[in-house]
Design a protein around this ligand. Structure first.
Ligand SMILES: [Zn+2]
Length: 127
């Protein structure tokens, strides 16, 4: 059975989407991705790398390392919230709506971790 490219509802073989709204949301998504995928990749690369640097720096500069990790997590959280661009393989398997939701959940988890890391970083000042 064929599924709607956006919400994964079952549809007939001559359709692409179950409704106009799904079609519009899909077009909006690909427009956003076309416009911002480069910006997204650059920021994603920089802040994933800076988490690594933060973990490395933590052993000799705990406060700096912890703050760097915290800031990076928070920036990535905002980035994934504004630009929920799931990997192509996920879009193919789960369709667009679920994949975007997954990115939002990742964003929320990163936000919570970022807050915890901030609290921990403040704590390291007094250690
Ligand atoms: Zn649909």
């Amino acid at each position: 059975m064929k599924q709607c490219d956006y919400c994964a509802k079952e549809i007939s073989y001559h359709e692409m989407y179950c409704c106009d709204e799904c079609q519009k949301k899909t077009i909006d998504f690909y427009d956003l991705r076309d416009k911002y995928s480069k910006v997204f990749s650059i920021f994603n690369g920089i802040f994933v790398l800076s988490i690594g640097i933060g973990i490395f720096a933590y052993s000799f500069l705990p406060t700096f390392g912890a703050f760097l990790i915290a800031v990076s997590l928070l920036v990535l959280s905002v980035l994934y919230f504004l630009f929920p661009f799931p990997p192509e393989i996920m879009i193919h398997k789960r369709k667009l709506e679920k994949s975007i939701k997954f990115c939002r959940i990742v964003s929320l988890v990163l936000f919570i971790l970022g807050i915890l890391a901030t609290v921990f970083a403040i704590f390291t000042i007094f250690m």
